[in-house]
Design a protein around this ligand. Structure first.
Ligand SMILES: Nc1nc2c(ncn2[C@@H]2O[C@H](COP(=O)(O)OP(=O)(O)OP(=O)(O)O)[C@@H](O)[C@H]2O)c(=O)[nH]1
Ligand SMILES: [Mg+2]
Length: 195
């Protein structure tokens, strides 16, 4: 199976990284917590505007003892989903550290700062604070809920679409720019060994 784009999920433990993967692969919410050991790999095919992009997704473990292992999975990654839990400030601080690390070590990697558990009421990190930070750091920012299925598909399609844009930059003559609504087809699972 040919992977077009390497994606790595990073962030503190217990913040919903594996649940994001589970939601996009299985279409359901994984309620019970089972911490990731080391990392898990899945590949999934996305059809974006008539083209196919296969994302190879590394779901890393957030526990501190696995941090050096997680760093190994960042090598040559095209996209990093750096997660924080919107109800937990220390996880936002950890996400900021990951952004610094990735910009230093993997400067070509595009960063998607992702606030998880957007369904919960006690949100400590506001959208404006996180978005402003992401803007300054030149990252994409989105808030998701694997539980209520908010923005999970949008996040992975955005990564697939950005990959296509990088491969085939659009150069339209000014006069013929025509904005059309993006059409998304259902994702097609290629392989998921862990979730
Ligand atoms: N309310 C709510 N809970 C969530 C959401 N996503 C994950 N959780 C819960 O958060 C806990 C941790 O989820 P995981 O996806 O296993 O966390 P993780 O970031 O992969 O953790 P590590 O593997 O230890 O790094 C589980 O109990 C999930 O049910 C969400 O969108 N909303
Ligand atoms: Mg996990």
């Amino acid at each position: 199976m040919k992977v077009d784009s390497k994606v790595v999920l990073l962030g503190s433990e217990n913040i919903g990284k594996t649940c994001l993967v589970h939601r996009i692969f299985k279409g359901t919410f994984r309620g019970e917590y089972e911490n990731t050991i080391g990392a898990a790999f899945c590949a999934k095919r996305f059809n974006v505007e008539g083209k196919t992009v296969t994302l190879g997704i590394w779901d890393t473990a957030g526990a501190e003892k696995f941090e050096s292992i997680s760093e190994q999975y960042t090598r040559n990654s095209d996209a990093a989903i750096i997660c924080y839990d919107v109800t937990d400030k220390p996880t936002f601080e950890k996400a900021k550290q990951w952004i610094v690390t990735m910009k230093r070590d993997q400067p070509k990697c595009k960063i998607y700062l992702t606030g998880t558990k957007h369904d919960l009421p006690n949100q400590i990190i506001s959208d404006s604070v996180a978005s402003e930070y992401a803007y300054i750091e030149d990252c994409f920012h989105i808030r998701t809920s694997s539980k209520n299925n908010i923005n999970v598909t949008e996040l992975f399609y955005k990564i697939a679409k950005d990959h296509l844009t990088r491969q085939h930059p659009v150069t339209l003559p000014r006069e013929s720019i025509n904005l059309t609504r993006q059409t998304m087809r259902n994702p097609n699972v290629v392989d998921c060994s862990k979730c």
